[in-house]
Design a protein around this ligand. Sequence first.
Ligand code: SF4
Length: 352
Amino acid sequence: MAKIFNNKISLSFDIYGCPNMCKNCWIGHPKHNKMNVNEVISTFSNIKNEQNSKKYYNAKIEYIDVGFREPHYGDDYKKLYNRVDEVNNCVLEVDSKFELISLWRLGNDSNYIKWIRERGIKRAQLKVFGLEKTNDFFYGKKGAHQELINGTNILLENGIVPRWQVYLNKMGINELRGVLELTKVLNVEKRVQELGENFNIKGAPYDSTGAGYDNNKFRIEKKDLVKIPSEIINIASLKTEKELIKKIINNDDKTVMPNNHNLWFYITSNWDVYPNFMGIAPWWKLGNLKSNSWKSILNTYVENNNKGLRIMNEITTKELIQKCGDKNSEKIFSGVGQFEEYLVEKYCREIN
Ligand code: SF4
């Protein structure tokens, strides 16, 4: 049985889609149909009432979220988030310490920054892949690099601390010194210190879920590690597939399902439901809120009734390695968790 961690489930609806086409998008880039906000909120309330009164599997529905992709993206974001705050009885991004904001809106809506600040958001994560060409490529649009620079400046000028999440990749690996140079040109470190914090710039290999799976061709290898400045990440923390396989083989056998997890169900704009382990793909689908009852969707989750959940709950990591691992691979991962995710995704896609 799949666990309902801490007996809580929250629901996130893809009300607006996303203006970006990031190559590392864990969701992929499903077609988006505009959702009716009233219908979304009433659907959430109905599910919450049903679940919290019938107490299936002793679980309760906790939050609603509407930032399934780029948060705050729709033009009526102020009105929408007011309604969502009322339903949640809190400001979810602040309470849950989410650092996600709309980079697009930051550059296109002069009222947005004031709203973020008033909302209580104090930090915002921005993605970096390298310099201009590389950033535009991985964000999937021309001008994204400039948007990143403008966004960083707007945040700093308005008292919000930017955090740069650097996704390590083959295209940008020789540009990391240039990325650090850029932070100097923007004087980010000093400006963040003036806000009472230290600038947080952190490198990581990207995940393999959704569109990110195709990015494995850009995954860095052991020979690339010497090119990473220590300010971006301590390379000792990064491991090759070969090293991770050795480590896992020498440990106890277990499945990939974590012991704890903040469980959300994601609802796409055509009302398909997916658990938030890895992307939006047929092998993760739990059902559809227009054609299946809430109870049957929940049953599909608890009974591991799709390929992804079966693999996570019923196949051990050692078995996954036998089927999908490469004990000679020098590809780099952040650790066991990220590697296991890659194995599950590979198994789902390539093994029947
Ligand atoms: S990663 Fe986020 S911003 Fe990029 S395409 Fe996916 S949802 Fe949009």
